[in-house]
Structure formats: structure tokens, C-alpha cells
Design a protein around this ligand. Structure first.
Ligand code: EPZ
Length: 412
């Protein structure tokens, strides 16, 4: 499907089930490349186009993949030697493909990986990834859109300070450190829950890592790692999307397979706005029967701060607040493209530098809008749910990257 047509105005009621996390399954499936013995099997794998892309990339590297969409399982057998080059065709489609750099480098002593392009939300450089590889002893050549990493004698552990707690750089350098000689200390690492999920899988493979969920990790290099089984954590951004949709439509929804501890920042901001939220084990109920919500101030930050992926989504909720809310985006330099589209729906939003000022209280008018990136697309779908008349969201291949059957779940 290339567009979603929404008739707004109906409160959402009932239950919604949250799938496995896109931003956990991608680094975890890539970590399985570190195993030279045995097969890894994953459960609760979401049926997403990004999972299809990473499966195709791994297959191109000589890895045996069995992706069963119905059973939501995925098996990885990486016991054959890995092809040393990851083609531009994959890395240009999905930035997370750059995570194969570490496994290829530590196993084959040489890796040639296309540099991930920028994307709509920002330039997205990789200097933190390369800083980690170089401190571990790799020689790096950047040439014509590719990065060549060489380490004939393998990698040697050391202390690495990240200038910025980059999620991807943390993931790449953790993988490289697990099979480096000796001890590596990583300082100022990203602490997103998806990294915690990746570390728990690596430890099942035999990796020696301590300090998870803190800003400092200590990794003892080991000789080899073996395959293991792992259930992917729930997708906290998908959960956030349905929680906000429930509140925005003045509905009453039970979000199942959602972990409160992954969404503490979001729950507290929604409660500040006056939304009723009940937290139970592995499920969250969201209710809103207020005439209007209260305005809030949000600043996106690395975890445990407010997640940048939820910025566009909570912006739609602030349109229902009486007063001016501010949302400041500190993680990506160009992640306000949904604002232009929301303005076309009559939203009153002003941008000043890295902050958006949202004057809530105006009714949105349905019209045709374009998804510019994954989470902007999700925000526009929610806007359509609360707008007068009909909204058509186009360019929704972005949405298919991160949401399984969003239209079916919302209809239900
Ligand atoms: C991951 O991207 C997520 N993607 C993103 O989710 C998420 O928005 C982001 O983390 C932040 O939480 C996946 O997990 C697949 P970063 P990643 O490296 O790893 C700058 C979604 O919607 N930076 O933490 O690319 C970079 O430019 C996606 O699912 C450097 O400057 O995030 C950006 O401004 C979108 N140098 C900021 O850090 C570097 O070497 C965050 O990037 C690396 C990053």
C-alpha cells in the first residue's frame, strides 16, 4: 500500500498487541554474526521491511538465514566465513546495515563497508564508530563512499570515551570489543534499553560484559562466541505510538506486551498533560476523557531522557493542550519535517532554532500529507485520527519500516 486514508473523529477503544522492537532486532541479529559455532534463534521478531533488508544483507555475506514471518522467528547460522564487503545497495537503504562492520572486522580481519548515507532527519556521521575501531587497533581508510577497516593481528582492548553517546557507535564498538584481546572499558556509552537487550543476547553467546544500563561498560575479550536463543524486547516506540493515539482520540486502550520501564519518560510527560495511565505488568492502559489537556515542555535527549523517536508523536498530543507547549530536539539536526505537514492541517506551530512552539486548542482539518520519515509518518496518522474530515497520508513506505499492520491495528 502506498497511502493510508483516515476518517478522523472516533475514539480508540479495546486492546492492541505490541510487536518486537525494530531497534533491538537489527543490532541483535547483526551480533549473531560474531558466533563461529552453533546457530542463533530469535523469537518475537517483527514482520518489518527493515528486518527483510538486514536478512538480505546477511545472506549476501554468506550467512544462512531462516526468517519465518508467521511464527515471528528468525534463525542465523554464521559459521561459514563472512564475505568481507557489505555493498552500498544495502547500507544506502538502511543505516543500521553499517553495524556489520564490527563482526566482519573481528572475524575476517578486514572489512569494506559502504558509508551510510545521511537521511531526511540529519547528516548522521559515523566518526564515533571509527574512533572506537581505530582505538582498538584497526587501520581505517575512507575512500569513495566506502570505509576499509584492517586488523591483521586482530583488535586489542583499551579505554574508549565516546564524545556523544551514539547508539550505533556503542553497538558497533561493543561487538568489536567482545572478540578483542584483553579488557575494553567504554565510557559515555548510549544506554537505550535496546542496547541492554543486545548485551543480554551477547552474554548468552558467551561474551563477558558488565555495567549494562550504566554509562560505562567493561568488556573482557574472549576467543570465540557461540549461537544462542533470544526473545526480542517489545517495541517501546510502537507502544508509544498507540498510547498517544489512544490519548489523542479521547479513547480507552489497553496496550499489551508493553514495558513501563522502557517508557518512563513518555508516561510521565503524558501524565503531566492530564492523561490517565495505569501501569500493570507488561501492559499499560491509557484513558483520556478531558475536554482539553495541559501544555508541556519536552526536550529530547539520549536515554534516560525523552527519546527523539517519540518527538513527532507527542507533538500531535500537544495540539490538544490548552496553551503553548515547547518541544526541543537536541539529538538530530533536522527532525521537524512533520511540522510543515501538520501546519497544512491547520496546526499552529512555530519553529525557533531547535525548538518548536505548539499552540494547542485549534481543531485539525483533514487533507493530504506526506510522510518524510518513519516517526513523522506515524505522527501524521495520529493527526488524521483526530482531524475533521478525511486525511490521506502518502509516502508510507517509511511507516512500513517500523510498524506492522498499523491500519489493521487501528481499525481493530
Ligand atoms: C538509533 O540510530 C536508532 N536507529 C534511531 O531510530 C534513533 O533515533 C537513534 O538511535 C537515537 O536514539 C536504530 O536503532 C536502527 P545515534 P543511530 O548514533 O544509531 C549523531 C527510528 O526512527 N552521531 O545515537 O543512528 C547522529 O548524527 C530511528 O527507528 C554523530 O554525530 O543514532 C545523530 O544526530 C531513527 N556521530 C545523533 O548522534 C556518530 O559517529 C544520534 O545518532 C554517530 C552519531
Amino acid at each position: 500500500m502506498n497511502k493510508i486514508v483516515i476518517k478522523g473523529g472516533k475514539p480508540l477503544r479495546g486492546e492492541v498487541y505490541i510487536e518486537g522492537a525494530k531497534n533491538a532486532v537489527l543490532p541483535i541479529v547483526t551480533s549473531a554474526l560474531l558466533a563461529t559455532e552453533g546457530v542463533s534463534k530469535f523469537y518475537n521478531v517483527p514482520n518489518l521491511s527493515d528486518v527483510k533488508i538486514i536478512s538480505e544483507l546477511l545472506t549476501s555475506l554468506g550467512v544462512k538465514i531462516n526468517y519465518n514471518k508467521e511464527e515471528k522467528t528468525l534463525e542465523v547460522d554464521a559459521t561459514n566465513p563472512l564475505k568481507k564487503e557489505a555493498d552500498f545497495e544495502f547500507v544506502s537503504k538502511m543505516r543500521a546495515s553499517f553495524l556489520v562492520a564490527a563482526p566482519i572486522l573481528v572475524r575476517e580481519k578486514f572489512a569494506k563497508v559502504a558509508m551510510p548515507g545521511g537521511c531526511a532527519i540529519g547528516s548522521r556521521p559515523i566518526e564515533q564508530h571509527l574512533k572506537g575501531f581505530s582505538l582498538l587497533g584497526a587501520n581505517i581508510i575512507k575512500d569513495a563512499g566506502y570505509v576499509e577497516l584492517k586488523a591483521e593481528k586482530g583488535l586489542t582492548g583499551t579505554t574508549i570515551f565516546f564524545d556523544f553517546p551514539s547508539v550505533g557507535a556503542t553497538q558497533n564498538v561493543i561487538m568489536a570489543s567482545c572478540l578483542s584481546k584483553g579488557k575494553t572499558i567504554l565510557v559515555n556509552v548510549a544506554q537505550e534499553p535496546e542496547i541492554g537487550d543486545m548485551i543480554s543476547f551477547l552474554k548468552k553467546m558467551g561474551a563477558k560484559i558488565s555495567g549494562e544500563n550504566t554509562s560505562c561498560l567493561v568488556i573482557e575479550g574472549v576467543e570465540k562466541l557461540h549461537g544462542a536463543e533470544h526473545t526480542i524486547m517489545p517495541d517501546r516506540v510502537e507502544a508509544a505510538t498507540y498510547m498517544i493515539a489512544a490519548a489523542a482520540t479521547k479513547g480507552n486502550v489497553l496496550v499489551k506486551n508493553a514495558r513501563y520501564e522502557d517508557n518512563v519518560a513518555l508516561v510521565s510527560k503524558m501524565r503531566e498533560m492530564g492523561v490517565q495511565i495505569e501501569v500493570n505488568k507488561n501492559e499499560i492502559r491509557v484513558k483520556n476523557d478531558r475536554d482539553y489537556l495541559l501544555p508541556i515542555d519536552v526536550k529530547t535527549l539520549p536515554h534516560p531522557g525523552f527519546l527523539t523517536d517519540m518527538q513527532s508523536i507527542i507533538m500531535v498530543l500537544t495540539l490538544l493542550a490548552k496553551g503553548v507547549s515547547t518541544i526541543t530536539e537536541t539529538v538530530f539536526e533536522n527532525r521537524f519535517m512533520h511540522v510543515e505537514e501538520l501546519r497544512r492541517m491547520n496546526a499552529k506551530i512555530r519553529i525557533e532554532g531547535r525548538s518548536a512552539l505548539i499552540e494547542g486548542g485549534e481543531k485539525l482539518e483533514g487533507t493530504s500529507v506526506k510522510a518524510t520519515d518513519l516517526r513523522a509518518g506515524a505522527a501524521l496518522v495520529i493527526a488524521g485520527l483526530i482531524a475533521n474530515g478525511q486525511t490521506v497520508v502518502t509516502n508510507i513506505k517509511h511507516i512500513d519500516r517500523g510498524y506492522v499492520n498499523i491500519e489493521e491495528k487501528l481499525r481493530k
